[in-house]
Design a protein around this ligand. Structure first.
Ligand SMILES: Nc1ncnc2c1ncn2[C@@H]1O[C@H](COP(=O)(O)OP(=O)(O)OP(=O)(O)O)[C@@H](O)[C@H]1O
Ligand SMILES: [Mg+2]
Length: 507
C-alpha cells in the first residue's frame, strides 16, 4: 500500500494530509450548509405561503359564497357568475384577483367552493371541479373544509424538487365554512440554486486544496531543509568530525533539536580533546618512566655482570658495588611506588579518605619526621602553629605525605645550619600551612614547571631525586579541592603554602 501510494517524503505526506483535511472539512461544511439551506428555504416559504393563504382567506370570507367573496374581496361590484364551472370564462375581476394573488404569493392559488365544488384558479392549471384535482390537493382541501389550516411539503431530498402547499378555510356570512384556499408554490428553483452553490463550493474546495497544499509544501519544505541540515551535521559528527555545528538559528522544536545536536557535538569535541590529551599524557608518562628506569637498570646490570664475571677481585670494591646496586634498587622502588601513587591520585575513580583532621596534630606529626631529616644537616625546624583547635576534612596519610614532600625539599635545597619554618595560621577564613626555607630558591624560568612530573634539578644534592614529589603533592592538594602554591626568590629561599577550608561541624 505504502509503495503504491509512494508517499515517502514528509512533504508529500503533509500535502496529502492537508488535502484530506480540507476535503473532509468541506464535506462537513457542505452537508451542514445543505441541511440549513433546505430547512431555511422550506421554513421561510411555508411561513410566507401561510401568510398569503390566510390573507386571501380573510379577504374573501364573510360572503354568501366563495365566488361572491372573491368578487367583493377584490372590491368588484356586482356578483360573479355563480355556478359557472368553467372559470376560463369567469369575469375579468375574479380572474384578475386570482392572478394578482398568484403573483403576490408567487404560487398557484386555488379557491374551492365547498357547496358546488367549483375550483377558481388564475394560473395555467384549470380544474372544473374539486374532484378533478390530484389527491395531494384533495387531502388538503378536505382539511380546509374541516376548518384546518396548515402547510405540507413534498420536496425530494435528492433532487431538491417539489412543492410546498398551504391551505386554509374560507368562512361565510355566519362564520360557517364555505370553501377553502390552497396555495401551491413550486420549489424546483432550489435545485438550480443548490447546483450553483455546489459549483461555487467545489471551486472553493479545489482552490483551498491547491492553496493549502502549496502553503503546506512551502512550510514543510523549510522545516525539512532544517532537518536535512541537522541530519547532515549528525552524519559528519558520526564520521568523527566532532565540534561540527548545524549553523541553524531557529527557536521552535527544531531549534531545540539543533541546540541539542550542537551541544552534543561540542561535548563530543571536548571528550575527543580530553581523550587525546590523556593519550598524550599516557605516552609521555611511559616514555618518562622508561627513561628514568634505564639509568639505574643499566648501572645495576653492569655491576652485577662485573661481579658475576669475577672481574672485580678487591673485596672493598665488591662491597661498594653491592652497596651501589642496593641504592639503585631502592631508588627504583621509590620511583615505581611514586609513579603508582601518582597514577592512583590521577584516577578520579580512586577514592581517598575523608577524615576529620585536627590540623595541629597533622602538622606536628609531619614536623617531627622533617626534624628527623633535618638533623643530619643541622637545620633547625621551627613549627609555628598560631591557630587554636582547628579541623579540616581530608585524607590524613596523604596530607602528611604532602607536608613531608615540602619539608624534604626544604631541607634538601637548604644549606647546613639554616632554618626551615613550618607555619599554620588563618588566612581569608581558611587555614594555611606554609613551609619556608632559606635555601637555593627557584629560578623564575623553572618555577612554572616544578609541579610537573619528572621536573627536577640535576645538581649534586638532588642526585637521588625522582622529580615526582611536588607532582604527587599537587595531586593530593587537587584531590582536596585546593592548590599548592609557591613563592620563591632565587638564591634566597622558597615558601610553599596551601589553604584548606575549615571544618566547623565538629561535635
Ligand atoms: N624548597 C625548594 N627549594 C628550591 N628548589 C626546590 C624546592 N622544592 C622543589 N624545588 C625544585 O623543584 C624540583 C621538583 O621537586 P620535587 O620534589 O618534585 O622532586 P625532587 O625533589 O627533585 O625529587 P623527589 O622529591 O622525588 O626526590 C626539584 O628538583 C627542585 O629543582
Ligand atoms: Mg622532592
Amino acid at each position: 500500500m505504502k509503495r503504491y501510494l509512494g508517499f515517502k517524503s514528509i512533504k508529500s505526506k503533509i500535502a496529502v494530509y492537508i488535502a484530506g483535511i480540507v476535503i473532509l472539512f468541506s464535506a462537513v461544511m457542505c452537508t451542514v450548509f445543505l441541511i440549513f439551506f433546505m430547512k431555511y428555504s422550506i421554513d421561510t416559504t411555508a411561513d410566507d405561503l401561510m401568510h398569503h393563504t390566510k390573507s386571501i382567506s380573510e379577504n374573501i370570507s364573510g360572503s354568501q359564497s366563495v365566488t361572491d367573496g372573491v368578487s367583493s374581496g377584490r372590491g368588484v361590484s356586482g356578483k360573479g357568475k355563480k355556478n359557472n364551472r368553467n372559470h376560463s370564462g369567469m369575469s375579468g375581476g375574479i380572474k384578475g384577483y386570482i392572478r394578482l394573488a398568484n403573483s403576490l404569493a408567487d404560487a398557484e392559488v386555488f379557491i374551492i367552493d365547498m357547496k358546488n365544488e367549483d375550483v377558481i384558479t388564475g394560473g395555467e392549471t384549470v380544474y372544473n371541479t374539486y374532484s378533478d384535482m390530484p389527491k395531494g390537493y384533495m387531502d388538503v382541501i378536505q382539511k380546509s373544509f374541516s376548518g384546518e389550516s396548515g402547510v405540507v411539503s413534498d420536496i425530494n431530498k435528492r433532487s431538491f424538487r417539489g412543492h410546498i402547499i398551504s391551505y386554509a378555510p374560507v368562512y361565510g356570512e355566519n362564520d360557517e365554512i364555505i370553501g377553502g384556499v390552497v396555495l401551491d408554490r413550486n420549489m424546483n428553483f432550489m435545485e438550480s440554486g443548490i447546483k450553483n452553490v455546489f459549483m461555487i463550493v467545489i471551486m472553493s474546495i479545489v482552490s483551498a486544496i491547491i492553496l493549502s497544499v502549496i502553503a503546506g509544501i512551502f512550510l514543510s519544505g523549510r522545516m525539512i531543509n532544517s532537518l536535512s541540515v541537522i541530519k547532515n551535521t549528525i552524519s559528519e559528527i558520526a564520521k568523527g568530525n566532532t565540534g561540527k555545528k548545524t549553523g541553524l538559528k531557529r527557536n521552535d522544536e527544531i531549534g531545540q533539536l539543533r541546540k541539542s545536536v550542537d551541544t552534543m557535538s561540542e561535548k563530543l569535541k571536548k571528550a575527543d580533546e580530553e581523550r587525546d590529551k590523556l593519550e598524550k599524557l599516557r605516552e609521555e608518562f611511559i616514555s618518562n618512566i622508561s627513561h628514568e628506569l634505564r639509568t639505574p637498570v643499566t648501572v645495576m646490570r653492569g655491576m652485577a655482570e662485573m661481579l658475576s664475571d669475577g672481574i672485580v677481585s678487591d673485596e672493598n670494591e665488591k662491597d661498594e658495588m653491592i652497596e651501589k646496586i642496593k641504592n639503585e634498587s631502592i631508588y627504583m622502588q621509590r620511583l615505581v611506588n611514586d609513579t603508582l601513587e601518582l597514577s592512583r591520585l590521577q584516577n578520579a575513580k580512586f577514592k581517598i579518605d575523608s577524615d576529620i583532621i585536627n590540623i595541629q596534630e597533622l602538622v606536628s606529626d609531619a614536623s617531627r619526621s622533617i626534624r628527623h631529616l633535618a638533623a643530619e644537616k643541622n637545620i633547625n625546624v621551627i613549627t609555628d602553629i598560631s591557630v587554636g583547635e582547628t579541623y579540616i576534612k581530608g585524607d590524613y596519610a596523604r596530607l602528611r605525605q604532602l607536608i613531608l614532600v615540602l619539608g624534604d625539599n626544604a631541607v634538601k635545597f637548604s644549606e647546613e645550619n639554616t632554618d626551615v619554618k613550618i607555619k599554620v595560621y588563618t588566612y581569608n577564613n581558611k587555614v594555611r600551612v606554609s613551609v619556608k626555607d632559606r635555601g637555593c630558591g627557584i629560578a623564575d624560568s623553572d618555577i612554572e614547571n616544578i609541579f610537573e612530573r619528572f621536573s627536577r634539578s640535576r645538581d649534586e644534592r638532588n642526585k637521588r631525586g625522582t622529580g615526582l614529589g611536588l607532582a604527587i603533592a599537587q595531586r593530593i592538594a587537587k584531590r582536596h579541592n585546593t592548590e599548592l602554591k609557591v613563592k620563591s626568590e632565587y638564591q634566597k629561599g622558597s615558601t610553599f603554602y596551601i589553604d584548606f577550608d575549615i571544618y566547623d561541624n565538629v561535635m
